[in-house]
Ligand binder design. Structure first.
Ligand SMILES: *[C@@H]1O[C@H](CO)[C@@H](O)[C@H](O)[C@H]1NC(C)=O
Ligand SMILES: *[C@@H]1O[C@H](CO)[C@@H](O)[C@H](O)[C@H]1NC(C)=O
Ligand SMILES: *[C@@H]1O[C@H](CO)[C@@H](O)[C@H](O)[C@H]1NC(C)=O
Ligand SMILES: *[C@@H]1O[C@H](CO)[C@@H](O)[C@H](O)[C@H]1NC(C)=O
Ligand SMILES: *[C@@H]1O[C@H](CO)[C@@H](O)[C@H](O)[C@H]1NC(C)=O
Length: 502
């Protein structure tokens, strides 16, 4: 008994700061939710309860517009070239044994746990999670007390979970199996068991609004009259301004593709309605337990999405804003309700921000930085970073079942009309500069043409005009040098000093 008392006291000391319990943190991560195609229509309550009662970020970017690389960045707070999870496969280090041994034990949840946090995870982890080749459901990542990990990639029905390392099979009955609701239910069970002895970190990682876009039955006919937005670059013929993959898109978009795009748009919104319910229930539960005032709730996504932009049917993986921008809303103690911020932030900053909130040190191998100062600030001048890096390693497979003529050409995700959304040469790194008076993107594509794309987002928000031949040579050289620095950066070296422009 004596031993037990000592342990409890130690934990309590770790978790207290000046006699006050450290803040709780709830992270809600959606899958493939865009920030610029109107997905917010599916989350009205979230906007009200987190956005309007907290801070909404206008410039949140991901390190890679693909699930596993982006999620690996979220957990490790590293750019892709440092965590080395380059694609969605085990051989690309997505949840590989090597990743589990050399990256996962250093991820932010481990540090929160060390700081005395009770940690809970439910939903999609990394795309190849629990594959028999890499430990199966028995593998529970370090740092998590409660673990409800989805086996494999996003599904809504007919999936398996690893519940604390034990397999749990689910079928297709809405009440028992709809994954977003199961995540909510398990989250509620966790919350109900929280006392005031330890702070907690809870992560709810939904399949919404990833394919197969299956709505809950009660929402299956919402948004009946809605169609995907036609503004911006929808149905825009890219032409010679864009690199090879984008030039393959068919313009005008064929009727059947346009119809599918609209159906997907509606179904994505419908799946988000269940996420919106989850956010409301979490909020109400925290309120009921009088924990709201000491809890940060963060809402974001792993990457964006496109639905007809530059006539590309549907997917992510592209270097344009629709795929690399995601929503970010944060509410919690010290945040002025209703604020918006233009400060550029990234997915690699989430971990450092959580560690900052938890008042523990940020390890020097993390490439991201805390944006807690921005959350606490009443002015918008809290710019901590100007230069950001986006990296993508184009995925490709040998067989394209629906387009046999495309076998062995280095392509992937080919929809009807054989329009592919990825290729070996859709491999690129981009410098994204966001600062007062400057809003640029400079990308080097590793294809046979060494294609370069340059956009002035302030003048051309939809990235119609590639400025590679009309940008001042000195500016291009500066971009090239800054990109080079970021592609080779690690730790604090990834927050490069502001660029000086002539
Ligand atoms: C999972 O583990 C946690 C921590 O030990 C425990 O409190 C919880 O009840 C477990 N969940 C299930 C479903 O066994
Ligand atoms: C299209 O218009 C909607 C509604 O005005 C807006 O919210 C959205 O950001 C626009 N999308 C693009 C890509 O410009
Ligand atoms: C993932 O990356 C690995 C390592 O570069 C590569 O061998 C594999 O072909 C990639 N997978 C896909 C689907 O592109
Ligand atoms: C890109 O890859 C495709 C498929 O392998 C190939 O046909 C095309 O020539 C390549 N283009 C460039 C610019 O690399
Ligand atoms: C733009 O520059 C590239 C690379 O230098 C060149 O190949 C291309 O022909 C130029 N395009 C135009 C329209 O001048």
């Amino acid at each position: 008994m004596k031993v037990l008392t000592v342990v409890v006291t130690l934990v309590a000391i770790c978790a207290l700061s000046g006699g006050q319990l450290l803040p709780n943190i709830v992270l809600i991560l959606t899958d493939d939710q865009d920030d610029v195609l109107g997905s917010e229509t599916g989350i009205p309550k979230t906007k009200e309860l987190i956005g309007k009662q907290g801070m909404t970020f206008n410039n949140m970017f991901v390190s890679s517009p693909l699930c596993c690389p982006s999620r690996s960045s979220i957990f490790t707070s590293m750019y892709v070239h440092n965590h080395k999870g380059v694609n969605n496969s085990i051989d690309g280090n997505c949840n590989s044994l090597s990743w589990q041994q050399t990256r996962e034990p250093y991820a932010f949840p481990v540090h929160l746990h060390d700081q005395g946090y009770q940690t809970f995870f439910a939903g999609k982890y990394l795309n190849t999670y629990a594959d028999p080749a890499v430990g199966g459901v028995k593998h529970v990542p370090l740092g998590w007390d409660w673990w409800v990990g989805l086996v494999g990639n996003s599904r809504y029905y007919n999936y398996h979970l690893s519940v604390n390392g034990t397999d749990e099979a689910h079928g297709s009955v809405y009440e028992d199996d709809y994954l977003t609701d199961i995540i909510k239910k398990r989250g509620m069970e966790f919350l109900e068991q929280q006392s005031n002895r330890n702070p907690f970190f809870m992560m709810l990682s939904t399949p919404s609004c990833h394919e197969p876009f299956t709505p809950a039955p009660q929402y299956s006919s919402n948004f009946g009259g809605y169609v995907a937005p036609r503004n911006g670059s929808y149905n825009h013929h890219a032409g010679p301004d864009k690199h090879w993959l984008i030039r393959q898109a068919i313009t005008p978009i064929p009727d059947d593709t346009a119809q599918t795009i609209d159906e997907i748009y509606r179904d994505r919104l419908r799946t988000l309605l269940s996420v919106d319910d989850m956010v409301e229930d979490v909020y109400n539960k925290l309120n009921e337990m009088s924990l709201l005032d000491n809890t940060y709730i963060i809402f974001t996504s792993d990457n964006g999405y496109h639905l007809g932009q530059f006539s590309m049917p549907w997917d992510k993986r592209q270097l344009y804003e629709f795929d690399i921008r995601v929503p970010l809303m944060v509410r919690g103690p010290g945040i002025t309700p209703g604020k918006t911020s233009d400060v550029p932030v990234m997915n690699i900053d989430l971990g450092p921000t959580f560690l900052d909130i938890a008042q523990t040190s940020i390890p020097n191998y993390m490439d991201g930085i805390s944006f807690k100062p921005t959350l606490m600030s009443n002015s918008d001048s809290q710019t901590v970073r100007e230069n950001m890096l986006v990296e993508h390693y184009g995925e490709h497979v040998v067989n394209i079942p629906n387009c046999p003529q495309l076998h062995n050409q280095g392509l992937f995700v080919c929809h009807s009309h054989c329009e592919c959304q990825d290729s070996w040469n859709n491999t690129y790194s981009c410098l994204r500069v966001v600062k007062p008076g400057m809003n640029y993107k400079y990308c080097e594509i590793e294809d046979l043409e060494n294609f370069v794309e340059v956009y002035d987002l302030a003048k051309d928000p939809h990235e119609f005009v590639n400025l590679r031949n009309s940008t001042d040579q000195q500016l291009l050289t500066t971009f090239k040098q800054e990109l080079y620095k970021l592609v080779h950066c690690s730790g604090s070296g990834c927050v490069t000093p502001p660029i000086k422009y002539s």
